[in-house]
Design a binder for this molecule. Structure first.
Ligand code: TRP
Length: 332
């Protein structure tokens, strides 16, 4: 790799991505490849911190990998791999765990949320999850990490762990910076626009999936909850309309003023249909490319095998240095 800054990010393979994952994260990752060296990873090891059905997890990881590629991640320009294929992350995680405090991990809001949601399985992996996430990033000495708001606290912890290691053992890790991406940071539920769009919502109309077909997408938008006014304007208190405007803006590139002008005097029915159509058209090439890739298992395998080799090449050098620094005997 050259002297460009290095980006690392990862996404968990929880079934297909939502429109929220797409607009808020994955979609912004592809353009970064023009300016930076990028490493993108399917975080299957993070996924098993909550119960998974093995066959399903395998299927989801492959689908997530294909979807990354369908969203523009290019295995010729970037390193695309599956986390469990690079055992270096787990090797580094152990050292980082020994440099992470119980108190720090206890303060993580995601841990508190998830342990409340799964009270029957508050496992040690769920608790030390942020240390593994720090290992993902630090195993490459990444400069920047594109993250959504929900992962900012984990990234801050990763910086603290890196800093603590550097103080103890001498400067070594780069402190990773968060890369906050501009538009459409947060997509809300179509049924309750005060909540984040989530695929675990019981109401299937609340959440649009990237691989939903055109009719399904349009139907979900037609049923979106709005308000009792009839004005397409971005204003506090109009959560439903604000959300639809954000979505429309991010898939068409139009700003809010242009959208307000376009729908002045028109009803919500027209607006919702337009948003549904714009989203469906925008996602169609992604869906087509995904279908092509997921049918070509041999090619997918070639890509993730190469990705893992590239990831291992960088991370194993870093992990060896870390093992030496903490005082382990060099194996050769
Ligand atoms: N924890 C992240 C999420 O759930 C996924 C993730 C794992 C990640 N390792 C990472 C993100 C490293 C950024 C950097 O969304």
């Amino acid at each position: 790799m050259d002297d460009k800054k290095l980006i690392f990010s990862a996404i968990q393979p929880t079934g297909t991505f939502t429109l929220g994952n797409y607009i808020g994260a994955v979609r912004n990752w592809a353009p970064l490849q023009d300016k930076y060296d990028c490493i993108y990873c399917i975080a299957d090891m993070h996924a098993i911190t909550v119960k998974q059905e093995p066959a399903k997890l395998r299927q989801n990881s492959l689908a997530a990998y294909a979807l990354l590629m369908a969203c523009g991640m290019d295995p010729k320009r970037s390193i695309l791999f599956i986390q469990s294929h690079a055992p270096t992350h787990a090797l580094l995680n152990w050292v980082l765990c020994c440099n992470t405090q119980f108190g720090e991990l206890s303060r993580m809001t995601q841990f508190k949320d998830k342990s409340q949601r799964h009270p029957d399985d508050v496992n040690a992996g769920l608790f030390t999850y942020p240390s593994l996430m720090a290992a993902d990033i630090l195993a490459y000495n990444a400069d920047m990490v594109p993250v959504g708001v929900d992962q900012k606290q984990h990234l801050e912890l990763a910086r603290n762990i890196a800093q603590r290691f550097n103080q103890r053992y001498g400067d070594f890790f780069t402190l990773p910076e968060p890369l906050i991406l501009e538009v459409g940071a947060k997509v809300m539920s179509l049924q309750d626009p005060t909540k984040k769009m989530s695929k675990s919502d019981e109401n299937p109309n609340a959440c649009v999936l990237i691989l939903d077909d055109k009719d399904t997408i349009i139907r979900k938008f037609k049923r979106a909850v709005t308000d009792s006014e009839a004005e397409v304007v971005f204003r506090e208190g109009k959560d439903g309309i604000n959300n639809l405007m954000t979505i429309y803006s991010s898939v068409t590139g139009k700003d809010f003023a242009a959208i307000e002008a376009e729908f002045a005097g028109k009803g919500y029915g027209d607006f919702k249909l337009a948003v549904g159509e714009a989203v469906a058209d925008h996602l169609e090439p992604v869906r087509t490319e995904f279908d092509r890739l997921i049918a070509d298992k041999a090619y997918l395998k070639e890509c993730y095998t190469t990705g893992a080799e590239q990831a291992m090449k960088i991370s194993s050098r870093i992990v060896s240095k870390v093992y030496h620094k903490v005082g382990f005997v060099d194996p050769r």
